[in-house]
Design a protein around this ligand. Structure first.
Ligand code: F6P
Length: 342
Protein backbone atom coordinates (compact mmCIF):
# COMPACT_ATOMS: atom_id res chain seq x y z
CA UNK A 1 0.00 0.00 0.00
CA UNK A 2 1.29 3.43 -0.98
CA UNK A 3 -0.31 6.43 0.73
CA UNK A 4 -0.14 10.09 -0.28
CA UNK A 5 -0.39 12.89 2.28
CA UNK A 6 -1.10 16.59 1.67
CA UNK A 7 -1.80 19.70 3.74
CA UNK A 8 -3.98 22.40 2.15
CA UNK A 9 -5.37 25.87 2.92
CA UNK A 10 -4.11 28.24 5.62
CA UNK A 11 -1.52 26.45 7.75
CA UNK A 12 -2.00 25.88 11.46
CA UNK A 13 -0.02 24.51 14.40
CA UNK A 14 -0.26 20.71 14.58
CA UNK A 15 -0.05 19.83 10.87
CA UNK A 16 3.36 18.22 11.35
CA UNK A 17 2.07 16.22 14.32
CA UNK A 18 -0.62 14.66 12.06
CA UNK A 19 1.95 13.81 9.38
CA UNK A 20 4.21 12.22 12.00
CA UNK A 21 1.33 10.16 13.47
CA UNK A 22 0.27 8.92 10.02
CA UNK A 23 3.78 7.96 8.91
CA UNK A 24 4.95 6.43 12.19
CA UNK A 25 1.95 4.14 12.55
CA UNK A 26 1.69 3.42 8.81
CA UNK A 27 5.34 2.34 8.50
CA UNK A 28 5.79 0.65 11.88
CA UNK A 29 2.50 -1.23 12.13
CA UNK A 30 1.28 -1.69 8.56
CA UNK A 31 4.49 -1.57 6.49
CA UNK A 32 3.06 1.12 4.16
CA UNK A 33 5.03 3.46 1.87
CA UNK A 34 4.33 7.18 1.85
CA UNK A 35 4.63 10.09 -0.53
CA UNK A 36 4.24 13.68 0.60
CA UNK A 37 2.53 15.95 -1.95
CA UNK A 38 3.81 19.51 -1.91
CA UNK A 39 1.62 22.60 -1.38
CA UNK A 40 -1.86 21.17 -0.93
CA UNK A 41 -3.76 20.18 -4.08
CA UNK A 42 -0.99 21.63 -6.26
CA UNK A 43 1.10 18.53 -5.43
CA UNK A 44 -1.18 15.84 -6.89
CA UNK A 45 -2.25 18.21 -9.67
CA UNK A 46 1.31 18.65 -10.89
CA UNK A 47 2.71 15.35 -9.64
CA UNK A 48 5.02 17.20 -7.24
CA UNK A 49 5.89 14.82 -4.41
CA UNK A 50 8.70 13.29 -2.40
CA UNK A 51 9.26 10.07 -0.50
CA UNK A 52 8.12 10.31 3.13
CA UNK A 53 9.58 7.95 5.68
CA UNK A 54 10.29 7.85 9.41
CA UNK A 55 13.54 9.91 9.15
CA UNK A 56 11.60 12.79 7.49
CA UNK A 57 9.13 12.97 10.39
CA UNK A 58 11.65 12.85 13.21
CA UNK A 59 11.72 15.99 15.36
CA UNK A 60 8.70 17.63 13.71
CA UNK A 61 6.13 17.14 16.51
CA UNK A 62 6.68 20.57 18.15
CA UNK A 63 7.29 22.44 14.90
CA UNK A 64 4.66 24.83 13.52
CA UNK A 65 3.89 25.07 9.80
CA UNK A 66 3.98 21.99 7.61
CA UNK A 67 6.92 20.08 6.13
CA UNK A 68 4.71 19.47 3.06
CA UNK A 69 3.99 23.14 2.34
CA UNK A 70 0.48 24.44 1.73
CA UNK A 71 -1.52 26.42 -0.82
CA UNK A 72 -5.08 27.36 -1.65
CA UNK A 73 -4.93 25.69 -5.09
CA UNK A 74 -8.42 24.55 -6.10
CA UNK A 75 -8.25 21.67 -8.62
CA UNK A 76 -11.99 21.94 -9.27
CA UNK A 77 -11.27 25.32 -10.89
CA UNK A 78 -8.37 24.05 -13.02
CA UNK A 79 -9.06 22.69 -16.49
CA UNK A 80 -8.96 18.87 -16.37
CA UNK A 81 -7.90 19.21 -12.71
CA UNK A 82 -9.51 15.97 -11.51
CA UNK A 83 -8.26 13.98 -14.52
CA UNK A 84 -4.71 15.25 -13.87
CA UNK A 85 -4.91 14.29 -10.18
CA UNK A 86 -6.17 10.83 -11.10
CA UNK A 87 -3.39 10.33 -13.65
CA UNK A 88 -0.68 11.49 -11.25
CA UNK A 89 -1.95 9.24 -8.46
CA UNK A 90 -1.90 6.29 -10.86
CA UNK A 91 1.55 7.20 -12.21
CA UNK A 92 2.95 7.37 -8.68
CA UNK A 93 1.08 4.20 -7.68
CA UNK A 94 -0.72 5.97 -4.85
CA UNK A 95 -3.57 3.82 -3.52
CA UNK A 96 -4.98 6.26 -0.96
CA UNK A 97 -4.70 9.93 -0.11
CA UNK A 98 -4.88 11.61 3.30
CA UNK A 99 -5.96 15.25 2.91
CA UNK A 100 -5.38 17.45 5.95
CA UNK A 101 -7.31 20.69 5.63
CA UNK A 102 -10.24 22.93 6.42
CA UNK A 103 -13.53 23.59 4.67
CA UNK A 104 -11.98 24.22 1.22
CA UNK A 105 -9.40 21.40 1.11
CA UNK A 106 -11.93 18.93 2.50
CA UNK A 107 -14.61 20.19 0.09
CA UNK A 108 -12.33 19.07 -2.75
CA UNK A 109 -11.63 15.80 -0.88
CA UNK A 110 -15.38 15.13 -0.57
CA UNK A 111 -15.86 15.70 -4.31
CA UNK A 112 -12.93 13.41 -5.18
CA UNK A 113 -14.29 10.68 -2.93
CA UNK A 114 -18.01 10.94 -3.67
CA UNK A 115 -18.04 11.93 -7.34
CA UNK A 116 -14.81 10.45 -8.67
CA UNK A 117 -14.30 7.40 -6.44
CA UNK A 118 -10.78 8.39 -5.32
CA UNK A 119 -9.67 6.81 -2.04
CA UNK A 120 -9.50 9.82 0.28
CA UNK A 121 -9.46 10.22 4.06
CA UNK A 122 -9.88 13.72 5.53
CA UNK A 123 -8.32 15.23 8.67
CA UNK A 124 -9.87 18.46 10.00
CA UNK A 125 -7.57 21.42 10.68
CA UNK A 126 -8.17 25.13 11.11
CA UNK A 127 -7.43 27.67 13.80
CA UNK A 128 -10.97 28.98 13.19
CA UNK A 129 -12.61 25.79 14.61
CA UNK A 130 -15.49 26.27 12.17
CA UNK A 131 -15.73 22.74 10.73
CA UNK A 132 -18.91 20.85 11.52
CA UNK A 133 -18.93 17.22 12.65
CA UNK A 134 -15.96 17.60 15.01
CA UNK A 135 -16.00 19.14 18.50
CA UNK A 136 -12.61 20.76 17.86
CA UNK A 137 -10.11 21.14 15.05
CA UNK A 138 -6.42 21.17 15.95
CA UNK A 139 -4.72 24.57 15.74
CA UNK A 140 -7.61 26.29 17.50
CA UNK A 141 -6.30 25.73 21.03
CA UNK A 142 -2.90 27.19 20.11
CA UNK A 143 -4.49 30.24 18.45
CA UNK A 144 -6.70 30.86 21.50
CA UNK A 145 -3.64 30.59 23.76
CA UNK A 146 -1.72 33.14 21.69
CA UNK A 147 -4.68 35.56 21.58
CA UNK A 148 -5.28 35.17 25.33
CA UNK A 149 -1.67 35.97 26.13
CA UNK A 150 -1.89 39.06 23.92
CA UNK A 151 -5.07 40.21 25.70
CA UNK A 152 -3.43 39.67 29.12
CA UNK A 153 -0.53 41.88 28.03
CA UNK A 154 -2.78 44.55 26.55
CA UNK A 155 -4.72 44.94 29.84
CA UNK A 156 -1.72 46.45 31.63
CA UNK A 157 -0.72 48.90 28.91
CA UNK A 158 -4.38 49.90 28.41
CA UNK A 159 -4.64 50.64 32.14
CA UNK A 160 -1.38 52.62 32.30
CA UNK A 161 -2.73 55.01 29.68
CA UNK A 162 -6.44 54.62 30.37
CA UNK A 163 -7.04 53.86 26.70
CA UNK A 164 -9.37 51.55 24.85
CA UNK A 165 -7.52 48.63 23.27
CA UNK A 166 -9.21 46.92 20.36
CA UNK A 167 -7.78 43.48 19.54
CA UNK A 168 -8.60 42.07 16.09
CA UNK A 169 -8.35 38.28 15.88
CA UNK A 170 -8.89 35.85 12.99
CA UNK A 171 -12.31 34.41 12.25
CA UNK A 172 -13.84 35.03 8.87
CA UNK A 173 -17.34 33.63 9.40
CA UNK A 174 -17.06 32.17 12.91
CA UNK A 175 -16.16 33.94 16.14
CA UNK A 176 -14.72 30.98 18.07
CA UNK A 177 -11.24 32.49 18.57
CA UNK A 178 -12.71 35.84 19.64
CA UNK A 179 -15.18 34.19 22.02
CA UNK A 180 -12.74 31.80 23.71
CA UNK A 181 -9.79 34.20 23.97
CA UNK A 182 -12.05 37.11 24.91
CA UNK A 183 -13.58 35.12 27.76
CA UNK A 184 -10.23 33.68 28.88
CA UNK A 185 -8.56 37.10 28.70
CA UNK A 186 -11.34 38.98 30.51
CA UNK A 187 -12.29 41.23 27.57
CA UNK A 188 -15.04 43.78 28.19
CA UNK A 189 -16.57 43.48 24.74
CA UNK A 190 -16.43 40.53 22.30
CA UNK A 191 -17.68 41.00 18.73
CA UNK A 192 -18.16 38.06 16.38
CA UNK A 193 -19.26 37.60 12.73
CA UNK A 194 -22.40 35.71 13.74
CA UNK A 195 -23.95 38.74 15.52
CA UNK A 196 -23.96 42.18 13.91
CA UNK A 197 -22.95 44.78 16.49
CA UNK A 198 -24.30 48.18 17.42
CA UNK A 199 -21.46 50.73 17.69
CA UNK A 200 -23.46 52.84 20.16
CA UNK A 201 -23.85 49.81 22.43
CA UNK A 202 -20.09 49.14 22.21
CA UNK A 203 -19.45 52.78 23.22
CA UNK A 204 -21.82 52.41 26.18
CA UNK A 205 -19.89 49.33 27.38
CA UNK A 206 -16.58 51.18 26.91
CA UNK A 207 -17.79 54.18 28.88
CA UNK A 208 -19.13 52.07 31.72
CA UNK A 209 -15.80 50.28 31.98
CA UNK A 210 -13.98 53.60 32.28
CA UNK A 211 -16.47 54.67 34.97
CA UNK A 212 -15.37 51.64 37.00
CA UNK A 213 -11.80 53.01 36.65
CA UNK A 214 -10.59 50.26 34.35
CA UNK A 215 -9.48 50.46 30.73
CA UNK A 216 -11.64 48.48 28.28
CA UNK A 217 -10.42 45.69 26.02
CA UNK A 218 -12.56 45.03 22.95
CA UNK A 219 -11.94 41.75 21.12
CA UNK A 220 -13.26 41.69 17.57
CA UNK A 221 -13.16 38.93 14.95
CA UNK A 222 -11.94 40.04 11.52
CA UNK A 223 -15.29 39.09 9.98
CA UNK A 224 -17.48 41.00 12.49
CA UNK A 225 -19.87 43.57 10.99
CA UNK A 226 -21.65 46.62 12.37
CA UNK A 227 -25.47 46.62 12.15
CA UNK A 228 -25.49 49.14 9.33
CA UNK A 229 -22.23 48.24 7.58
CA UNK A 230 -20.36 45.44 5.88
CA UNK A 231 -17.20 43.36 6.29
CA UNK A 232 -14.01 45.43 6.11
CA UNK A 233 -11.79 44.07 3.33
CA UNK A 234 -8.01 44.35 3.17
CA UNK A 235 -8.21 44.74 -0.60
CA UNK A 236 -10.52 43.44 -3.32
CA UNK A 237 -8.52 40.27 -4.10
CA UNK A 238 -10.05 36.79 -4.02
CA UNK A 239 -8.32 33.43 -3.55
CA UNK A 240 -9.13 30.43 -5.76
CA UNK A 241 -11.92 29.38 -3.39
CA UNK A 242 -13.51 32.84 -3.78
CA UNK A 243 -12.58 34.21 -0.33
CA UNK A 244 -11.86 37.91 0.10
CA UNK A 245 -8.95 39.04 2.28
CA UNK A 246 -10.20 40.53 5.54
CA UNK A 247 -8.70 42.87 8.16
CA UNK A 248 -9.35 46.46 9.15
CA UNK A 249 -12.55 46.22 11.20
CA UNK A 250 -10.53 46.70 14.43
CA UNK A 251 -9.00 49.95 13.19
CA UNK A 252 -12.38 51.17 11.95
CA UNK A 253 -13.99 50.44 15.33
CA UNK A 254 -11.18 52.13 17.32
CA UNK A 255 -11.68 55.31 15.27
CA UNK A 256 -15.45 55.19 15.81
CA UNK A 257 -14.98 54.71 19.58
CA UNK A 258 -12.60 57.70 19.72
CA UNK A 259 -14.94 59.86 17.68
CA UNK A 260 -18.05 58.97 19.66
CA UNK A 261 -16.69 58.77 23.24
CA UNK A 262 -13.68 61.08 23.13
CA UNK A 263 -11.53 58.31 24.67
CA UNK A 264 -8.19 57.47 23.13
CA UNK A 265 -8.20 54.07 21.38
CA UNK A 266 -5.51 51.84 19.86
CA UNK A 267 -5.74 48.69 17.75
CA UNK A 268 -3.69 45.49 17.76
CA UNK A 269 -4.17 43.12 14.81
CA UNK A 270 -2.85 39.68 15.78
CA UNK A 271 -2.99 38.29 12.23
CA UNK A 272 -0.77 35.36 11.32
CA UNK A 273 0.94 35.27 14.73
CA UNK A 274 -2.12 33.18 15.66
CA UNK A 275 -1.19 30.57 13.07
CA UNK A 276 2.55 30.37 13.56
CA UNK A 277 4.91 28.63 15.95
CA UNK A 278 4.78 25.59 18.14
CA UNK A 279 1.42 23.85 18.80
CA UNK A 280 0.00 23.68 22.33
CA UNK A 281 0.11 20.33 24.16
CA UNK A 282 -3.62 19.84 23.46
CA UNK A 283 -3.13 20.43 19.72
CA UNK A 284 -0.18 18.01 19.62
CA UNK A 285 -2.33 15.42 21.37
CA UNK A 286 -5.36 15.95 19.11
CA UNK A 287 -3.37 16.17 15.86
CA UNK A 288 -1.38 13.03 16.70
CA UNK A 289 -4.55 11.07 17.48
CA UNK A 290 -6.16 12.30 14.25
CA UNK A 291 -3.09 11.04 12.36
CA UNK A 292 -3.18 7.62 14.02
CA UNK A 293 -6.90 7.22 13.31
CA UNK A 294 -6.57 8.48 9.71
CA UNK A 295 -4.08 5.74 8.82
CA UNK A 296 -6.29 3.20 10.59
CA UNK A 297 -9.17 4.32 8.34
CA UNK A 298 -6.91 3.76 5.30
CA UNK A 299 -6.12 0.26 6.55
CA UNK A 300 -9.87 -0.43 6.94
CA UNK A 301 -10.56 0.90 3.42
CA UNK A 302 -13.13 3.26 4.99
CA UNK A 303 -12.73 6.00 2.35
CA UNK A 304 -14.70 9.21 1.94
CA UNK A 305 -14.51 9.65 5.72
CA UNK A 306 -13.02 12.30 7.97
CA UNK A 307 -11.68 11.64 11.45
CA UNK A 308 -13.44 13.78 14.07
CA UNK A 309 -13.37 14.43 17.81
CA UNK A 310 -16.57 13.62 19.71
CA UNK A 311 -16.09 14.13 23.42
CA UNK A 312 -12.83 12.28 24.02
CA UNK A 313 -13.34 9.74 21.22
CA UNK A 314 -12.06 9.92 17.65
CA UNK A 315 -14.81 8.81 15.26
CA UNK A 316 -15.24 8.69 11.46
CA UNK A 317 -17.85 10.79 9.65
CA UNK A 318 -18.55 11.31 5.92
CA UNK A 319 -16.28 14.16 4.73
CA UNK A 320 -19.30 15.83 3.14
CA UNK A 321 -20.95 16.06 6.58
CA UNK A 322 -18.11 18.26 7.80
CA UNK A 323 -18.11 20.60 4.81
CA UNK A 324 -21.86 20.96 4.20
CA UNK A 325 -22.30 23.73 6.77
CA UNK A 326 -19.93 25.89 8.82
CA UNK A 327 -19.96 25.44 12.59
CA UNK A 328 -20.73 28.88 13.98
CA UNK A 329 -21.24 30.28 17.48
CA UNK A 330 -24.73 29.64 18.77
CA UNK A 331 -26.60 32.81 19.90
CA UNK A 332 -27.25 31.27 23.35
CA UNK A 333 -23.51 30.73 23.92
CA UNK A 334 -22.78 34.33 22.95
CA UNK A 335 -25.55 35.48 25.28
CA UNK A 336 -24.00 33.43 28.11
CA UNK A 337 -20.65 35.18 27.70
CA UNK A 338 -22.19 38.67 27.39
CA UNK A 339 -22.66 38.90 31.18
CA UNK A 340 -19.05 40.18 31.23
CA UNK A 341 -19.60 42.96 28.68
CA UNK A 342 -19.24 46.54 29.87
O1 F6P B 1 -7.29 29.60 8.21
C1 F6P B 1 -8.40 30.46 8.17
C2 F6P B 1 -7.92 31.85 8.39
O2 F6P B 1 -7.22 31.81 9.56
C3 F6P B 1 -9.01 32.93 8.43
O3 F6P B 1 -9.47 33.24 9.71
C4 F6P B 1 -8.33 34.10 7.77
O4 F6P B 1 -9.25 34.96 7.19
C5 F6P B 1 -7.49 33.42 6.75
O5 F6P B 1 -7.07 32.22 7.33
C6 F6P B 1 -6.32 34.24 6.25
O6 F6P B 1 -5.45 33.41 5.58
P1 F6P B 1 -4.39 33.82 4.45
O7 F6P B 1 -3.79 35.11 4.87
O8 F6P B 1 -3.44 32.67 4.46
O9 F6P B 1 -5.15 33.91 3.18
Amino acid sequence: MRVGVLTGGGDCPGLNAVIRGVVRKGVQEYGYNFVGFRDGWRGPLEGDSFQLDIPQVRGILPRGGTILGSSRTNPLKVENGIRRIRENLTKQEVDALIAIGGEDTLGVAAALADEYGINVIGVPKTIDNDLSATDYTFGFDTAVGIATEAIDRLHTTAESHMRVLVVEVMGRHAGWIALHSGLAGGANVILIPEQRFDVEQVCTWVTSRFRASYAPIVVIAEGAMPKDGDMVLKDGSLDSFGHVRLSGIGEWLAKEIERRTGNEARTTVLGHVQRGGTPSAFDRWLATRFGLHAIEAVRDGDFGKMVALRGTDIVRVPIAEATAKLKTVDPSLYEEVSVFFG
